[in-house]
Design a protein around this ligand. Structure first.
Ligand code: FMN
Length: 167
């Protein structure tokens, strides 16, 4: 296989940008910016997330058996970069961001235009990222929506010419 072709072709896949959060109720909270996300079924509503196995987020999601995906809006480029780094809770904020606790315990970012909460149904353990299969059990919309919801989401290509995850 041609390595350059592999990289270029895989980078043709378009991605939205999300902050994955989880709280295992044992003092471990995670928040990480992710892009390897898609819906995979209507009934039940399922989504999958590719989660780096050596990340703090993976450990917390595995232990919590639940997670949230906070949708980032076009104006949240800064937030995306905030959660590329290890998340910390201080002064009631998550890496400086206001949040509230969801029904699964996962932090929900107040700035996010929407969020879903999921129970982990299974984890497909293959590769350096495992596929976390989540059933959507709760959905939050910050305010009523006009227009296409997918027009609101921050996209990978908007993060900068040299920002990629995939390839
Ligand atoms: C552009 C970009 C996209 C990313 N997408 C993912 C992803 O889909 N899945 C993932 O597990 N990590 C992804 N990461 C890495 C996480 O953001 C990073 O591992 C995490 O924030 C580190 O925190 P932690 O180790 O405390 O969980 C991405 C990083 C970048 C720069």
């Amino acid at each position: 296989m041609n390595a350059d072709a592999k990289k270029a072709v895989l980078r043709m896949i378009p991605y939205g940008i999300y902050v994955l959060t989880a709280n295992d109720g044992k003092g471990n909270v995670a928040a990480a910016t992710v892009n390897w996300v898609t819906q995979t079924a209507f009934a039940p509503p399922l989504v999958v997330v590719g989660v780096k196995t050596d990340s703090g987020a993976y450990q917390v999601v595995k232990s919590a058996k639940s997670f949230a995906l906070n949708m980032l809006g076009k104006e949240h480029k800064g937030l995306a970069f905030t959660f590329f780094k290890n998340a910390t809770i201080a002064d009631g904020k998550l890496s400086g961001q206001a949040y509230r606790k969801g029904t699964t315990g996962a932090p929900l970012l107040e700035a996010a235009p929407g969020a879903i909460e999921c129970r982990v149904n299974s984890i497909v353990e293959q590769g350096d990222h495992h596929i976390v299969v989540g059933e959507v059990v709760e959905a939050h919309l910050a305010k009523p929506f006009a227009g296409r919801p997918d027009a609101a989401i921050l996209e990978m290509k908007e993060l900068g010419d040299n920002v990629f995850y995939g390839g």
